[in-house]
Design a protein around this ligand. Structure first.
Ligand code: ADP
Ligand code: ZN
Length: 591
């Protein structure tokens, strides 16, 4: 068997050189491919850019049998197929609606090395198709972006769930691949795909060349000018920037008015949305609108005459316009743009014709640009999984790159927005994910360590030295007095409010709500006037992060209460003596 193994190893290596031009496998790749060639199921959890695709692309070339790859995005499949074809590999894809009978029959008779397929299509193909392919030769079934199978994942897709039906038809290795999976999701993938004793390969998630930092903005996100100034700093070196907007301004009413006007007038009209002018027009096939002055692509209007389904991220356009005004070449990318405009926008970014891409998270999968220097999140992301993936798009070339996250506290109240129609376990999962992202924002310790631990990686005991908290320049001082005031006040108010009530009480408010609850009679009332409301919130964030306070989500509302750790602190206070508690001082806090 030793002779045979060397034989296979050699064959793997010649295949790698011949088709891909690389001289060696990365350590995990080799192991996984060997396992799969031996007929074993595999779960591959490796960071984006670590080379997962080769794990399913090499076996078909070594065995001469087809590899079937389930992939969620048509555009991604098209890219992959094109680049494989350029390497002389026989690759094709079968979409959900595509009725290409040539591809179908060629696929069935095993003409392809690699066949990409959408999950919908994979589940609806006939038994006959699979049994024909089994006869001509199929070496594996790969499920890319396998976390989509789990309701606990950050991107659940119900079509993925039905893939288990294929297991009964195909006695071949199944490979699940994903860039992000927590323990729960990993278990879900294994059981959903009915994997038998899978080989689990987990790469490190550490991206040492990425700097992680978070900036909090008291009431609202920074003005566009500030953002643009920040961006200019990173534009000095060659490379590009992505700004992800997760913040959405509610434009439903305005869009409703627009569609109404449109229906009444039925000809070209202009309209203003949050200070930006757009022009509507009608082409033979559809109704659209465009930003006046060009750029930003064509956005479709629903034909049915109501505004449901139109969600326009105005923030995106605002940032885009501010950049243009400053002479920075920017592109825009979001889900409501026409396919053609999206493609064009993507292309100009890849070709370095624009330096900054202002985008929603729709801009993402399949971006393999090496020289992205900075990814800015404008608003808190919906989960750490998506944050890790989106921010991880910078620094592919291994050079130092920067991931900034901007948030305001109100971002954390967006659970409803993210939940949409989701119910039950999915709703729970969404809220849990958002809570984790919030925790990351509020963190006062090493961010990398936190991220790695979140993904189940025991990181080195030392801090990374490459995140804002590690390189901290932030001031610190003993804040036990303020901590005492805030926690006592939260306790006195019964722990059934959000942060605003106890802070109002400390600041001596005589609002109707304060009086009704007789909180103006508390001895603490008015003792915290010297701190602004934002200062108190910044303090509370640190106490939540350190576990002295506990924030709970009830229906739509968040309540804050003192945790057992906080109670312990309070009970150790005797007379004038306060146990010291050193916390960060924000710029606005008085000494
Ligand atoms: P993933 O799917 O994990 O995001 P890819 O499969 O797209 O990663 O690979 C990322 C990049 O690494 C690609 O440009 C790929 O060509 C390159 N790559 C993969 N394996 C190797 C290797 N053994 N040697 C050199 N480069 C590799
Ligand atoms: Zn760190």
């Amino acid at each position: 068997t030793i002779a045979m193994n060397t034989n296979i190893e050699e064959k793997m290596l010649t295949t790698l050189k011949k088709y891909f031009g690389y001289t060696s496998f990365r350590p995990l790749q080799k192991e996984i491919i060997e396992m799969v060639l031996q007929g074993r199921d595999a779960l591959v959890v490796m960071a984006t850019g670590s080379g997962k695709s080769l794990c399913y692309q090499i076996p078909p070339l070594v065995t001469g049998k087809t590899a079937v790859v389930v992939s969620p995005l048509l555009s991604l499949m098209q890219d992959q197929v094109m680049s494989l074809k350029q390497r002389g590999i026989k690759a094709e894809y079968l979409g959900s609606t595509q009725r290409d009978s040539t591809v179908y029959s060629n696929a069935e008779s095993g003409r392809f090395d690699i066949l990409y397929i959408t999950p919908e299509r994979a589940c609806t193909l006939s038994r006959g198709f699979w049994s024909n392919l089994l006869q001509t030769g199929i070496c594996l079934l790969a499920v890319d972006e396998a976390h989509c199978i789990s309701e606990w994942g950050h991107d659940f897709r119900k079509e993925y769930k039905q893939l288990d039906s294929l297991r009964g038809l195909l006695d071949i290795p199944f490979i699940g691949l994903t860039a992000t999976a927590t323990e729960k999701v990993r278990r879900d993938i294994i059981s959903s795909l009915k994997m038998k004793d899978p080989f689990i390969s987990k790469g490190s998630f550490d991206r040492a060349n990425l700097f992680y930092g978070v900036k909090c903005f008291g009431r609202s996100l920074p003005l566009m000018d500030e953002l643009v100034e920040e961006i200019s700093k990173y534009l000095t070196s060659a490379g590009s920037i992505i700004i992800y907007c997760t913040t959405v301004k509610d434009t439903k009413q305005e869009l409703f008015e627009l569609v109404k006007a449109w229906n009444e007038e039925n000809f070209d009209i202009d309209f203003v949305l949050q200070g930006l002018s757009f022009r509507c027009f009608e082409s033979p096939s559809e109704r659209s609108f465009k930003l006046c002055g060009g750029g930003g692509g064509t956005n479709t209007l629903p034909p049915s005459g109501h505004s449901n389904g139109v969600k326009l991220t105005v923030v995106l356009f605002q940032i885009y316009m501010s950049l243009q005004d400053k002479g920075i070449k920017a592109g825009i990318y979001h889900g409501q743009m026409s396919g053609k405009d999206r493609e064009e926008s993507h292309r100009s970014f890849i070709r370095d014709e624009v330096h900054v891409m202002v985008a929603t998270v729709a801009f993402g999968m399949g971006i393999d640009k090496p020289n992205i220097r900075c990814v800015i999140h404008y608003g808190c992301p919906k989960s750490l999984e998506s944050y890790y993936q989106e921010s991880g798009r910078c620094g592919r070339d291994g050079l130092a790159s920067i991931c900034w996250l901007y948030y305001t506290r109100s971002d954390f109240a967006k659970a409803d927005f993210f939940c949409g129609e989701s119910q039950g376990i999915q709703r729970e999962a969404i809220i849990e994910s958002l809570m984790a992202a919030q925790k990351y924002c509020l963190l006062t310790s090493c961010r990398r360590k936190f991220l790695l631990e979140y993904f189940g990686e025991k990181s080195a005991s030392s801090d990374c030295g490459n995140c804002d908290n590690c390189n901290n320049i932030k001031k610190e001082r003993d804040m036990s007095r303020e901590v005492y005031l805030l926690m006592s006040c939260i306790g006195s108010c019964g722990g059934r409010w959000g942060l605003n009530m106890p802070i109002d009480v400390l600041r001596g408010s005589r609002s109707k709500k304060v009086i009704e609850n007789q909180y103006d009679k508390l001895p603490l009332h008015g003792l915290g006037k010297y701190f602004s409301s934002d200062c108190w919130k910044a303090l509370a964030d640190q106490l939540i992060s350190k576990g002295y306070l506990k924030e709970t989500m009830k229906d739509k509302y968040r309540t804050v209460s003192v945790s057992p750790k906080g109670v312990k602190f309070l009970s150790s206070v005797s007379g004038d003596h306060l146990p010291p508690l050193v916390l960060q001082v924000t710029d606005e806090m008085p000494d």
